[in-house]
Design a protein around this ligand. Structure first.
Ligand code: FMN
Length: 188
């Protein structure tokens, strides 16, 4: 059932590094993004796939778990084993701000594709754009929009109810808890 999939498809920030995500698996995830809806069907996005040793170049340029800075996520030895960098060629398709909805839709497609393979993701909007462009070897004009860290999950994550109005994620007994607003709160 889709609801079960969406419940399970939580952001992950601790991974089992012994499970290496392959380029072929990343291609299957991007295929889902390729088939996704797009503003005026322009399809302005392109993807940089990062696996193997190159992963080490990308990790330090990303910022994880801003609400839990004391945990320094992801912990050393528990980092993602692949990244997909969602990019846009600004020279070809114009201002990337016009296509941020496309980025979100494609990111969700990729994360669901990862989930189906027993993997999990962290979507990362906080990254050093200039350094990433260089480290990932992106052609001139191709701008990173969103980074997705991918690996086999090695932490328990669960949806919980919003308490005292806070939607901040937190940890209790080692479990990562993600408060989601109730239906009463979001229906106008
Ligand atoms: C567009 C976008 C950007 C995000 N950027 C970051 C980020 O830079 N670092 C991070 O650790 N998590 C990031 N996240 C993950 C969110 O923190 C996460 O989705 C939220 O805590 C809810 O958890 P859930 O994905 O399990 O529902 C981002 C999520 C989205 C949708």
């Amino acid at each position: 059932m889709l609801r079960d999939v969406f419940l399970e498809n939580r952001t992950c920030r601790t991974f089992d590094e012994s499970r290496k995500v392959t380029r072929e698996e990343l291609l299957e995830m991007v295929e889902l993004a390729r088939l996704s809806p797009s503003t005026a069907n322009v399809q302005p996005l392109c993807y940089k796939l990062v696996t193997g040793e190159d992963v080490k170049k990308i990790q330090p340029l990303t910022k994880w778990g801003g609400a839990l800075p004391e945990l320094h996520l992801p912990p050393e030895g528990h980092r993602p084993t692949a990244f997909i960098i969602i990019c846009q060629d600004a020279k070809k398709f114009g201002d990337p701000a016009k296509f941020q909805r496309d980025v979100g839709i494609c990111a969700l497609a990729i994360s669901l594709g990862a989930n189906e393979k027993g993997l999990a993701c962290c979507l990362i909007g906080a990254f050093d754009k200039a350094k990433l462009q260089e480290a990932a070897g992106l052609p001139e004009g191709v701008e990173p929009q969103l980074v997705i860290g991918i690996g086999k999950p090695d932490e328990e994550r669960r949806v919980t109810e919003v308490r005292d109005g806070s939607t901040k994620y937190y940890r209790e007994n080692g479990v990562h808890l993600v408060p989601k607003r109730g239906m009463d709160d979001i229906i106008i």
